[in-house]
Design a protein around this ligand. Structure first.
Ligand code: SF4
Length: 251
């Protein structure tokens, strides 16, 4: 474990990252090739879930490579949940893939996650309505407004302070990383210091698109279990999408 950086040191490291000569696309496409090569005989839903998990995971592999190359180490600690109170904005497709993944978990864990999500949607219905009033498409201060509401993520286990779906946590949860003193996250709603590696999101999206297009070469669109590309184009806050998906599945 390396020491936390000062803000000045962090800025020099950011310059190193920006100067890096590296093509992010090939490693993500390698993951796609590997998934498609191994897909024979597998159910479409299993291939989709595998692609979803592995392409998300590749984002962390790439962040690890950067950290090793420029000799930095995250100061984020297990049990620190500050970023689990930020808005997570994602596509309806990702929400559906998360549900698909949860439905494939071993029974005990699956029931635990489903209970957590169901009770959250019930207990936080008024807060979810508050979230609906914050327009992330037009309001530049949406992050601050959301964070000030103090609403935990639907997947945060508030007893253990852990993410219940850690291996499929969305892109914002992977790409927001602190390298300076951790106290910056408790001192401010929106600290300026943490780095955001969100530029990698497009390689993960491109990878998922490649997998889905390949699947559509051999099966009908209705076998996917979602509408493509419309579900990949619709974005909203994670709890709203989950609430809508749960309601749609109960009808
Ligand atoms: S998905 Fe997990 S890591 Fe991301 S905000 Fe929710 S609880 Fe935190």
């Amino acid at each position: 474990m390396k020491n936390a950086l000062s803000y000045g040191e962090l800025r020099s490291k950011v310059e190193e990252i920006n100067k890096r000569q590296y093509d992010y696309e090939p490693p993500f496409l390698d993951v796609v090739d590997q998934i498609l090569d191994d897909s024979e005989g597998k159910h479409v839903k299993n291939v989709l879930v595998e692609a979803f998990e592995k392409l998300l995971s590749q984002v962390n592999v790439e962040i690890d490579k950067i950290e090793n190359e420029i000799n930095i180490s995250s100061s984020c600690k297990s049990g620190c949940t500050h970023c689990c109170f930020f808005p997570v904005i994602m596509t309806r497709l990702e929400a559906k893939l998360m549900i698909l993944y949860i439905n494939q978990l071993p029974e005990e864990r699956k029931q635990k996650v489903i209970e957590q999500v169901s009770s959250y949607v019930e207990n936080y219905s008024s807060e979810i309505n508050d979230i609906k009033q914050i327009n992330f498409k037009e309001d530049d201060s949406f992050k601050l407004k959301y964070k000030k509401l103090g609403i935990p993520c639907v997947f945060l286990d508030q007893q253990t302070k852990r993410c219940t779906v850690y291996e499929i946590r969305p892109i914002p949860c992977r790409t927001y990383v602190n390298y300076v003193d951790v106290s910056v996250c408790s001192n401010e709603h929106l600290p300026k210091e943490p780095l955001n590696f969100e530029f990698m999101q497009r390689f993960y999206i491109q990878g998922m698109d490649e997998v889905i297009q390949e699947i559509l070469e051999v099966v009908e669109a209705r076998s996917l279990g979602f509408s493509y590309p419309s579900d990949a184009e619709e974005v909203n806050y994670l709890p709203i999408l989950l609430q809508e998906e749960l309601e749609a599945n109960l009808k």
